[in-house]
Design a protein around this ligand. Structure first.
Ligand code: R5P
Length: 292
């Protein structure tokens, strides 16, 4: 192991310079992958914009019934026209998503904690690869707890999923967790996103932060940004715009969509930012026009 006392602070991220190994493929860090992986990644990231609107409704895996997701069967199907990817558990998807939906699937496969626990950082891989394939998963999502008590076991989970994913050409989405005592700084996100990418994850889900451009530049695979707790719609659109402007390859929003009073209109406004280059101001005007 390197002597950590001798390490210098990393600073030469050069965010203005595009990723160096893009080749002809539109997903960052995936140019050297095989056809099957690229096909799944193309189901997730639009080849035209290179980006994605992922809709996260996997909260029940540790929160149980969540505000806004009390009726998965009613809430999720109506949002399908506005999103590219459905991020959920196999239980939610099998029971509540019409099988003829053409949307990509980001299947949550790690679990093992609940809101009743003090420490949420200990998980297992709950879904085996055979079932992920049966579910037509375009990627499998694994929570990682860098810097938390469960770091080692979560990297073990991630690595096992990546090894299985490589066997069957199923990409892995490494989810960076932020526990209640963990810092939400660029220093932390540079560390966490890079570790997850170097373990072999094909997509990293993280959070927006100061110096986000440097977090993106230092991570050799696409970063999709989670929304976090519900914000006023205008602020959530600004968060989305800042993330996309800072180099995010998409949004993976949950509560800021499904807890909005006008969830479908909100999802469409986010879509305008992600795929059509709308500013937050333009998206806010679009949202207001849509609800009136
Ligand atoms: C949390 O671990 C879940 O994976 C959610 O998918 C994630 O937090 C994104 O949802 P939200 O935008 O509500 O934070």
């Amino acid at each position: 192991m390197a002597d950590k006392d001798g390490l210098k602070v990393a600073k030469n991220y050069d965010p203005e310079t595009p990723f160096g190994n893009s080749g002809s493929f539109h997903v960052k860090g995936s140019n050297n992958l095989d056809w099957g992986m690229k096909k799944h990644l193309s189901n997730i990231f639009d080849p035209k914009s290179g980006k994605t609107v992922m809709f996260a409704f996997d909260h029940g895996y540790f929160m149980g019934s969540t505000a806004g997701l009390e009726r998965l069967d009613l809430v999720i199907p109506k949002l399908l026209p506005a999103v590219d990817v459905l991020m959920g558990t196999r239980g939610a998807i099998r029971t509540c998503i019409p099988a003829d939906s053409r949307k990509a699937i980001a299947l949550r496969v790690s679990s093992g904690s609940s809101m009743i626990n003090d420490d949420l950082s200990h998980e297992i891989v709950a879904v085996d690869m055979e079932d992920s394939i049966r579910m037509n998963a375009d990627c499998i999502a694994v929570q990682t707890f860098i810097g938390a008590d469960g770091q080692l076991s979560s990297i073990d989970n991630l690595s096992k999923c990546i090894n299985a994913g490589l066997r069957y050409s199923i990409p892995v989405l490494g989810v960076v967790a932020v526990g209640k005592d963990m810092e939400r700084t660029d220093r932390f996100f540079k560390l966490a996103t890079r570790i997850v990418a170097e373990m072999g994850a094909n997509i990293v889900k993280s959070y927006y932060c100061d110096n986000f451009e440097e977090v993106v530049a230092g991570c050799p695979v696409p970063i999709v940004v989670a929304g976090g707790k519900k914000l006023p719609e205008k602020d959530a659109l600004t968060l989305a715009y800042n993330a996309i402007s800072g180099g995010a390859a998409g949004l993976d929003m949950g509560r800021n969509i499904f807890q909005s009073e006008h969830s479908l209109e909100m999802a469409f406004a986010i879509r305008k930012i992600v795929h059509e280059g709308f500013t937050d101001k333009e998206a806010w005007e679009f949202y207001q026009d849509s609800i009136n």
